[in-house]
Design a protein around this ligand. Structure first.
Ligand SMILES: Cc1ncc(COP(=O)(O)O)c(C=O)c1O
Length: 375
């Protein structure tokens, strides 16, 4: 049976991984500055993480959300203290799209409204309301056109107010740093305007932290660069370090009702064990702080490179925008220098999304490889 051929693949077959490296079938080492698209947070195959998941598997790997699961409570408490999202409630699911789907649905339940405002170049996932809120017509099927979504540019508070004033908007969903879209950020002023306008017009502000969350940008969530309280915060990717887990944090003002949201797999014992281990390791190894510091170092070093237009992002959610398209450069980095990097919908942007445990010497390897390739 053939695989449904939706992914253009690089000719590399990783079979094992450790820390910031992956190894192929010939045991060739690659430096992973892509993290499987911002997923690897505490490092590949972290010993404490593997131990915790294995131990959990030997006890109980899965049961559905019909029973008491103290691991979920432990996770909620640790997440509250580490994120400092005090009083928020936790709902667990299994992916970023599912997190956003639940966030949007909850906003609609809560407000009784149904139109969504999203932003130009946004990416929120591939399920129904999430994909409709993604600014890419190519991945929206005719079926998805049933959702009512309006796309606005960042930083136009007047236009945002015009739309909210129509009274039918359940949610404004935004990425504090756009991921797939190419690392653009709303201005500080606009972030506060979004929060105030959502309150004024009784719409929910949803922070999509699927990619930026869990320490990647140097704060626990990317939006925490500002002093705002979104109604809902969606998470996934780095949360499980490769274990498929996602979730939403829900402001204390939103009350749960039985049956409102649900999932079979979300919050299962293995997913909780993986996420608990990620949180503990982030704290123990001070990885959020490392992400902030390494981001500063990267930006200093990247200045030396030729043909740069812009260096974008924060912490370890970074990109270098060149004056040419980077597809060929990324291939040379993989095949000639054994370095994985990421792309984005901005074809000139080389993206860097490494494990948060990365060290200066790894950044130096990339800079040296780029210098050689761009000479
Ligand atoms: C900001 C953002 N939201 C949502 C998603 C969707 O996450 P998933 O692929 O886990 O469904 C992504 C994936 O890249 C993302 O970057």
């Amino acid at each position: 049976m053939p695989l449904f051929d939706v992914y253009p693949l690089y000719d590399v077959t990783p079979v094992r991984a450790k820390g910031v490296h992956v190894y192929d079938t010939n045991d060739q080492e690659y430096l992973d500055l892509y993290g499987g698209h911002a997923v690897i947070s505490i490092g590949h195959n972290h010993p404490e993480y593997s131990k915790r998941i294995k131990n959990q598997l030997d006890k109980i790997g899965f049961y559905s959300n019909a029973i008491q699961n103290p691991l979920q409570v432990e996770l909620a408490n640790l997440l509250e203290s580490q994120s400092q999202c005090l009083g928020y409630q936790l709902f667990l699911c299994s992916s970023g799209a599912e997190a956003n789907e639940n966030a949007l649905k909850l906003a609609s339940f809560y407000t009784g409204k149904k139109r969504v405002i999203a932003f130009k170049n946004a990416f929120h996932g591939r399920t129904s309301a999430a994909v409709a809120s993604t600014d890419n017509q190519k991945i929206n099927a005719p079926l998805n056109a049933q959702q009512e979504v309006t796309f606005l540019p960042f930083n136009d508070a007047k236009e945002l107010e015009n739309e909210l004033a129509k009274g039918d908007v359940c949610a404004v969903i935004f990425e504090s740093i756009q991921g797939v879209g190419g690392l653009d950020e709303p201005s500080e002023e606009f972030v506060y305007q979004m929060e105030a306008l959502c309150k004024q017009y009784k719409s929910c502000l949803i922070a999509d932290e699927v990619q930026a969350g869990f320490g990647r940008t140097g704060t626990f969530f990317g939006f925490q660069k500002y002093n705002i309280e979104p109604h809902i915060i969606s998470m996934a990717k780095g949360m499980g370090n490769g274990f498929p887990v996602g979730g939403i944090l829900i402001h204390p003002s939103i009350e749960a009702q039985y049956g409102m949201l649900g999932t079979t797999f979300g919050g299962n014992h293995l997913a909780c064990a993986a996420t608990l281990s990620v949180l503990e390791t982030l704290e123990k190894e001070n990885l959020q702080h490392n992400a902030a510091q390494m981001g500063v170092y990267f930006k200093e070093q990247a200045q030396q490179l030729p043909r740069i237009q812009k260096i974008k992002g924060r912490g370890l959610m970074l990109g270098i925008e060149f004056d040419f398209e980077v597809g060929e450069l990324r291939k040379k980095l993989i095949y000639d220098h054994r370095i994985f990097t990421g792309g984005s919908s901005n074809k000139k942007l080389l993206r860097i999304l490494p494990p948060l445990s990365i060290e200066k010497k790894h950044i130096d390897s990339l800079i040296n490889a780029l210098k050689t390739l761009l000479e």
